[in-house]
Design a binder for this molecule. Sequence first.
Ligand SMILES: C[S@@+](CC[C@H](N)C(=O)[O-])C[C@H]1O[C@@H](n2cnc3c(N)ncnc32)[C@H](O)[C@@H]1O
Length: 356
Amino acid sequence: MDFFSKDTKSAIEAKGIAQWIAFGPVVFQVSRVLRNSGILRSIEENPAEGLTQDEIIEKVKLPEYGVRVLLESGLGIGLVILNDGRYKLTKTGHFVLNDPLARTNMDFVHDICYKGLFDLDKSIETGKPVGLKEFGNWNTIYEGVNQLPAQIQKTWFTFEHFFSDIAFPKVIPLVYQNGIKKILDIGGNTGNWAIASANWSKDIQITIADLPGQLQEAKQRIDQIGLADRISVFPINVLDEHSKLPKGFDAIWMSQFLDCFSENEIVSILEKCREAMDEKTYVLILEAFWDTQRFEAAAFCLQQTSIYFTALANGNGQMYHSEVFLNCVRRAGFEIVERTDQIGLSHTLLKCKKIK
Ligand SMILES: C[S@@+](CC[C@H](N)C(=O)[O-])C[C@H]1O[C@@H](n2cnc3c(N)ncnc32)[C@H](O)[C@@H]1O
């Protein structure tokens, strides 16, 4: 990866980008409102001749002043172009409107992060998710997810599942190829991995370990689809120093889980895994590392997602650089026996065994 080692911008470009940053929140909110108000969609539906401002007003039924300022701002942002009084959508406008990744990220930043980011400086100083007070008085967002307002909760789960849902079908054959039948899924959330695994093979038994609040929804889903005989749940707070993981599994699976924690916490969770393992047990870790991405935009998304952990989630998690993360794995007494990069959109699968 050679994305971040050179300053390639001219002074003029750099000064322009500095203004983009200064107006970043404006750019974000205008783009979101242009998307949600139907303005971008109405322009997209008239690709050949475009639309005049009056035609757009007629279609979206919003006041002339509001539509005008949005469209003029959208020109500067590069979402639309204007020729002979007619607006057309740009490629950027197309992706803001239609790209599932851009939509998921935009909704997540607005619904979950936007207000809390105002206090980022305090989070940096204290190592606490100070922005979380926008939602409730919890130490981490995970304690409160099941109490979030319905729309906010939906956005949180959509974001959480977006990346893993793409990776899971690709990673399932890799995980279950070597006779793994009994698996402990730590941070199993609403049960997506467990259900995908149970559907993959009738021989697989899964136990989901997660915070009690998260497990309620997983349990309900599993009962509803009749998989309770093969998927069980194990309530645990892995940060509680007295908590112990259950034993007797072929593998311990952690997908997008360890990024929720600081380096020291990762080491202590992996040490808990060690205690629950024997010589044959594997630890399987699915993570997205910003330095292993094919595309700069993917690295960018992960680097910015880290700030959600800082300001909102728990104050000390992040989407890690692979070397920092691998160092935690080694510190906990594991060796990496297999590594597969670039699974799905952005993931790496680490297969680890404990060093004797
Ligand atoms: C980012 S989600 C991962 C979801 C899922 N594994 C996936 O790949 O889509 C992190 C999960 O870790 C759980 N979690 C966070 N802190 C925890 C803790 N201290 N003890 C147990 N589970 C925790 C959360 O409840 C959440 O379900």
